[in-house]
Design a protein around this ligand. Structure first.
Ligand SMILES: C[S@@+](CC[C@H](N)C(=O)[O-])C[C@H]1O[C@@H](n2cnc3c(N)ncnc32)[C@H](O)[C@@H]1O
Length: 210
């Protein structure tokens, strides 16, 4: 069994039973006019910071979001895009895809501008994205890539660059860690899955994306 299986199990559980504050920190969330984020999406906010930046989102970019969680950031992306299939969401955990699908239906009820069809949910792995080359303007992930060990992180970033169009944007939000961490923590699969012990110094992350 690999740490990727442990990660799968942690997020299967977190899809079946929402776990407030499971991962990273609880951040204030974007409040935008006419955007109402269902409570369940907020409870399933398993990310840190935000990948949603208005300056990236003009001219209806085609967006990819890897590691869907409860769907909150996809709803926020759809707010700027508002087109059928404008935001592609990829997740490897069936139960998480199912939970987010339900959450989008709930979001339709409280956001008159939103339709579930704006989000195209796909089963797939960050390490082998089910997305064609050169088709995406903005590719984002929040609190998934820090879980990956070095070779997998390299692969995940290569996949993002493969699907991005020339001059497309890669947006990442992950916890970082400047202090050395011992191998016991680094190799604890559950702490890694919870985004606690896989984090890297910001300089290492910069190197890995260049
Ligand atoms: C820490 S959660 C972050 C969820 C979401 N980005 C957020 O900010 O709330 C990690 C997400 O990545 C998904 N995931 C785990 N391993 C994955 C993989 N190898 N490929 C794609 N998604 C994966 C999990 O099911 C979960 O939805």
């Amino acid at each position: 069994m690999s740490y990727l299986d442990t990660t799968h199990d942690v997020y299967k559980e977190a899809a079946l039973t929402p776990d407030v504050g499971l991962c990273c920190t609880t951040n204030p969330i974007w409040e935008l006019p006419g955007l109402s984020i269902p409570k369940i999406m907020q409870e399933m906010n398993y990310g840190c910071g935000s990948t949603v930046h208005a300056r990236d989102l003009s001219n209806n970019p085609k967006m990819l979001y890897v590691g869907v969680g409860g769907g909150m950031e996809l709803l926020q992306f759809a707010y700027f895009n508002r087109q059928k299939g404008g935001v592609v969401g990829v997740d490897v955990v069936d139960e998480m895809l199912e939970a987010s699908r339900k959450n989008f239906i709930e979001a339709e009820a409280t956001n008159d501008w939103f339709k579930s069809e704006f989000v195209d949910l796909k089963k797939g792995d960050a390490l082998n994205l089910p997305v064609a080359d050169n088709t995406i303007d903005v590719a984002a992930q929040n609190c998934l890539f820090n879980i990956f060990k070095a070779d997998d992180l390299k692969r995940a970033i290569e996949e993002m660059y493969r699907v991005l169009k020339p001059h497309g944007r890669l947006v990442m939000s992950d916890p970082t860690c400047e202090q050395p961490m011992n191998d016991t923590l680094r190799n604890d699969e559950r702490l890694r899955a919870l985004c606690l012990s896989g984090s890297l110094p910001i300089g290492r992350i910069r190197k890995s994306i260049n």
